[in-house]
Design a binder for this molecule. Structure first.
Ligand code: ADP
Ligand code: MG
Length: 349
């Protein structure tokens, strides 16, 4: 996890907008040869030779998408970058640049924004991405952060949501449900703290879950691994809203059906034990939890020997004709229709 402890508190008004931007971006060293010009002029300049350019953007609002009472600003910065890079990787692309726009209320100090940018810079370093621009303004309440990621992909290598074919295998990277449970654990600790401010958080048994919520990693490694293995997914999407809604997106855009096998869904041991403790179904958590930022994709049956036994990948089902519908095959071998609940529905359980 990311450590951060700071004592001093410098008001942003002491600095002014331009000094702040300069201060936050002075450490940037351009890493990608396609980045011709970064921060400092009216525009950044990017050159993507013969490749297609990928652009994706996300807006995060305090109180809606994150809660600073348990989300340290450094983690927020890191996660805000990951959310965007994940979308670039889901197109089978390479992420090269980001822009970062922030709106801040006067509640935030220079030290707080430095923490946010430490997370942003760390993400850029770990994923070899250049911070090339952004915008800085004030807000009347709270903090808003909008990140745009820019990437590239060879025209022949783009993977759309729409390419899945009947008989393709449905594959997922990593494991599912942990990020949602991490959020539940943090929410619970927040409530305990509100009742008793001296209570020490009890997070040891949930370390993996909390890490998955606070410091997700976009699966650049999976995209690179598939390329090395010579596997070209036929369709792909990243898991931000929960497995079921992402599968339904793939099926809708590819005009196909699917069978998903409950017993194949990859779950970490901490997910299983915490679901038992919270008395919720681990399948429901994986299907509707969200924020896992794993990759969900389909491959042709011919590629099965290449992915078989790979510890990073799990075959969880297969694609069918559209008329066969979209189903979850339960452990009891029942066929039930796959529906998208999203995690809002989960909260009401
Ligand atoms: P303009 O008035 O043309 O919008 P700004 O003064 O907002 O220019 O920005 C100056 C430079 O600093 C530009 O290169 C811009 O992309 C960059 N920049 C502004 N805010 C941020 C930020 N929060 N993070 C990174 N770069 C930023
Ligand atoms: Mg500006």
């Amino acid at each position: 996890m990311l450590e951060n402890k700071r004592e001093s508190r410098t008001a942003l008004t002491n600095l002014g907008e331009f000094k702040l931007i300069e201060h936050l971006t002075k450490q940037v060293v351009i890493k990608n040869k396609g980045t011709i010009l970064g921060v400092g002029d009216d525009c950044a300049i990017i050159e993507n030779k013969n490749n297609q350019t990928l652009i994706t953007t996300d807006l995060l609002i305090e109180g809606v998408h994150f809660d600073l009472s348990y989300m340290p600003l450094k983690h927020l910065g890191y996660k805000a970058v990951m959310v965007n890079l994940s979308d670039v990787y889901a197109m089978n692309g390479r992420a090269n640049q980001i822009t970062v726009s922030i709106a801040l209320s006067n509640r935030f100090t220079l030290e707080a924004i430095e923490e946010l940018y430490e997370g942003i810079h760390l993400a850029c370093k770990n994923y070899k991405v250049d911070l090339v621009g952004g915008d800085t303004t004030s807000s009347t309440k709270g903090i808003l952060i909008s990140i745009t990621a820019i990437g590239e992909v060879n025209k022949e290598d783009v993977v759309y949501r729409s390419g899945a074919k009947p008989n393709d295998l449905l594959v997922v990277s990593g494991d599912l449900g942990a990020a949602y449970l991490g959020l539940q654990v943090l929410e619970r600790e927040k409530q305990v703290f509100q009742v008793n401010p001296n209570a020490q958080p009890e997070l040891e048994n949930y370390s993996y879950l909390v890490e998955r919520q606070l410091k997700p990693e976009a699966r650049k490694d999976i995209v690179e691994m598939l390329a090395e293995m010579g596997v070209r997914p036929t369709s792909m999407i990243d898991i931000s809203d929960g497995l079921s809604s992402e599968i339904l997106h793939l099926c809708k855009q590819s005009k196909v059906g699917c069978n998903l096998y409950e017993d194949k869904i990859p779950l970490d041991q901490q997910v299983i034990s915490t679901c038992e403790e919270f008395q919720i179904s681990s399948t429901t958590v994986a299907l509707s939890g969200g924020e896992d930022y794993e990759l969900l994709f389909t491959v042709s049956q011919d590629d099965f020997p290449k992915i078989k036994g790979n510890p990073n990948l799990t075959v969880i089902g297969h694609i069918t004709d559209k008329k066969e519908g979209k189903h979850l095959i339960t452990r009891a071998n029942q066929q039930i229709e796959l529906i998208a609940q999203g995690w809002n529905a989960l909260n009401k359980e």
